[in-house]
Design a protein around this ligand. Structure first.
Ligand code: IMP
Ligand code: MG
Length: 187
């Protein structure tokens, strides 16, 4: 039987740490958006786990919507930042307070591109929330209003994040060991 656990060492961030931080982010967002018209936009597929937990930690009326983007490949990063939009928003965000939710900000090119796409719809405000940020990898300056954890330059999987579409269901965040992956992956 193939299992996931042998691929990883210790969790980089445990389920308990994720739970505690998501609760804090929920409180921060609740405070910041009290008098606003909040629309939370999740970037799929990577944010499905974080997004579901985060919205339930916010004690305000809010709307949810999603953008589906084609993920860049691990070996060929999106240098231009022109990620492919597979599915667009379903509702109008004009004059509303938009919070874009990402799984991880690496070079910053993806959120820069998505922010520009969303800004064209003329929201009243537009802020970014990301579970993870790798500040040492940044190529463009992006303003991240809410950050779950800053991490070093390591490739992480789990809690929604993938490596070749695998490991999204790992309940914690782990650093991928490429040698172990090659041994186990039959492809
Ligand atoms: P950026 O455009 O370089 O900021 O990359 C952002 C996107 O790359 C994220 O939304 C992820 O889909 C992917 N990505 C970057 N680093 C990682 C990682 O460590 N694990 C999984 N996906 C990652
Ligand atoms: Mg992403």
């Amino acid at each position: 039987m193939r299992t996931m656990e042998p691929v990883f060492g210790r969790p980089l961030i445990t389920q308990e740490q994720i739970r505690a931080r998501v609760r804090e982010l929920g409180k921060e967002i609740t405070t910041a958006y009290r008098q606003k018209d909040l629309v939370m936009i999740g970037v799929l597929k990577g944010t499905f786990a974080f997004f579901a937990d985060l919205v339930r930690a916010i004690r305000l009326p809010l709307h949810v919507d999603f953008l589906v983007v084609k993920s860049r490949s691990v070996r060929k990063p999106a240098k231009s930042g022109k990620v492919k939009l597979v599915s667009d928003l379903s509702d109008d965000i004009r004059d509303r307070d938009v919070l874009l939710v990402e799984d991880i900000v690496d070079s910053g090119l993806t959120v820069q591109y998505l922010s520009r796409v969303l800004a064209k719809h003329r929201p009243r405000s537009l802020e970014i929330c990301t579970l993870l940020s790798k500040p040492s990898r940044r190529q463009v300056d992006v303003d991240l209003r809410f950050v779950g954890f800053e991490i070093p330059d390591q490739y992480v999987v789990g809690y929604g994040m993938d490596y070749h579409q695998q490991y999204r269901n790992l309940p914690y965040l782990a650093v991928l060991d490429p040698h172990l992956v090659q041994k186990q992956d039959p492809r």
